[in-house]
Design a protein around this ligand. Structure first.
Ligand SMILES: NC(=O)C1=CN([C@@H]2O[C@H](COP(=O)(O)OP(=O)(O)OC[C@H]3O[C@@H](n4cnc5c(N)ncnc54)[C@H](OP(=O)(O)O)[C@@H]3O)[C@@H](O)[C@H]2O)C=CC1
Ligand SMILES: Nc1c(N[C@@H]2O[C@H](COP(=O)(O)O)[C@@H](O)[C@H]2O)[nH]c(=O)[nH]c1=O
Length: 377
């Protein structure tokens, strides 16, 4: 499964609304913040809004700066990002500015919605039906694989933002808090009711921009099954970065590991040969820092740049066993162990036999291999 990096972008009032109920779009961003949004658009391969936002705002969703457009072209990108919308009804106004400005247009819809959308839009857009219902994972994979979108900016509205965050598909949230109050319960909110990650998101930046504040967050809670969520990629990336910190060795792999509780709290991290121990493994080093009685271990995920080992000579128990003994039942890894040191090592098999879920994210394999390039092809 390969998805674009998904960035949710929105501005809200102090009382948490995306808009008021008046006919005009409520400007929550300040002029400098709209320019920042323009820069984020310019860095994106595609911009997505829900059909509700097209109906309510009649947006153009352009890169307004000529310099930024020229820079895109200079980098071999189209002048404007691809514009994408989603609809179940297919009820799209062919006169909306969305269709008549900027770059290519793409509509994801259901089998039923496709007929209406195609009839209304004619040649203005590519209409892609995704079956009886729209599955966001299928949509994201289509965008990445068929349309080559690596970076997707989602500009709302609340219905779309809510689904992407609840389904663990948002890599980042860029939220602007504007110093005004809407005070009307009929106005649209950014996030609706439903189930979100249990714990706190990770605040990665705050920035004052004139009278608004930009907050950038990353979701942190691991997935709960075989389907990876954006936070799984975030933590596996952290494990791969740790692998690069290992003291070099010609006789052992360099591996990084992070143990993360179900609510997204980092419990521990470690890397190979940490603390001067020439044989300690990353998962072993990380788990040694967690109290074995910590009840959060049962719901935790271990992220390891390399599949946990199945057998070892230098210690009585391999890491796959240590993970099972710790009570952890989910492991996310980038790279299955090659035969370099141990023939047919199958740590994943040990884990699965012990009742754990193993998720492999091959898109991180090259990053996990990089500090081991002298050991493997
Ligand atoms: N302040 C800000 O930063 C922003 C504010 N806004 C505001 O948000 C409001 C619009 O938000 P909202 O009404 O939530 O609209 P959305 O833009 O989220 O669009 C919702 C529509 O998208 C389609 N859709 C969403 N999910 C699916 C799905 N899973 N399958 C198929 N179709 C889907 C449906 O279209 P259909 O009905 O055609 O089936 C649905 O009605 C406006 O007032 C706008 O001004 C919007 C963006 C940013
Ligand atoms: N109101 C609001 C936003 N609204 C978003 O901007 C879109 C319109 O952009 P454009 O076509 O360039 O006019 C609109 O449809 C919605 O997605 N965004 C923000 O960053 N801040 C704001 O205050």
């Amino acid at each position: 499964m390969s998805y674009p990096y998904v960035l949710l972008s929105a501005a809200v009032s102090l009382d948490g609304y995306l808009d008021d109920t008046g006919p005009e779009r409520l400007l929550l961003s300040s002029p400098a913040d709209f320019d920042r949004v323009d820069a984020v658009r310019a860095e994106s391969d595609a911009i997505l809004v829900g059909a509700g936002t097209i109906r309510a705002d009649n947006p153009r969703l352009l890169v307004n700066s000529a310099e930024r457009r020229a820079a895109r072209v200079g980098q071999g990108m189209p002048e404007y990002p691809l514009k994408v919308t989603v609809t179940a009804s297919g009820d799209l106004d062919p006169a909306a500015k969305f269709w008549h400005t900027g770059g290519d247009k793409l509509v994801y819809t259901t089998d039923r919605g496709a007929e209406r959308a195609a009839r209304l839009l004619g040649d203005s857009a590519d209409v892609v039906p995704l079956g009886p219902a729209l599955d966001w994972r299928v949509l994201l994979e289509h965008l990445r694989v068929v349309r080559g979108v690596r970076r997707l900016m989602v500009e709302g509205g609340g219905t779309v933002h809510t689904q992407l965050l609840q389904q663990g598909l948002a890599d980042e949230l860029q939220l602007v808090l504007a110093p005004l109050l809407v005070g009307d319960t009929d106005a649209p909110r950014l996030f609706g009711p439903g189930t979100y990650q249990a714990g706190r998101l990770c605040l990665v930046e705050t920035r004052r921009i004139e009278d608004v504040v930009l907050m950038r967050y990353e979701p942190t809670a691991p997935g709960t099954g075989p389907a990876p969520v954006a936070a799984d990629r975030h933590w596996l990336g952290a494990a791969c970065a740790l692998a690069a910190l290992c003291p070099p060795s010609g006789t052992a792999f360099s591996v990084g590991a992070v143990v993360v509780a179900a609510d997204g709290t980092e419990l521990a991290r470690g890397h190979s040969r940490e603390g001067g121990d020439p044989v300690v493994h990353a998962e072993e080093a990380a788990l040694a820092k967690v109290d074995p009685a910590d009840p959060r271990l049962a719901g935790a995920t271990v992220y390891s740049s390399l599949e946990p080992c199945a057998r070892r000579a230098s210690r009585p128990a391999p890491c796959s066993e240590l993970i099972l003994r710790a009570g952890v039942r989910r492991v996310v890894t980038a790279w299955r162990e090659p035969d370099t040191f141990v023939d047919a090592a199958d740590g994943s098999g040990v884990l699965v036999k012990g009742g754990a879920e193993v998720v492999v994210l091959p898109e991180y394999e090259s990053q996990a291999k990089a500090p081991n390039s002298h050991l493997v092809r």
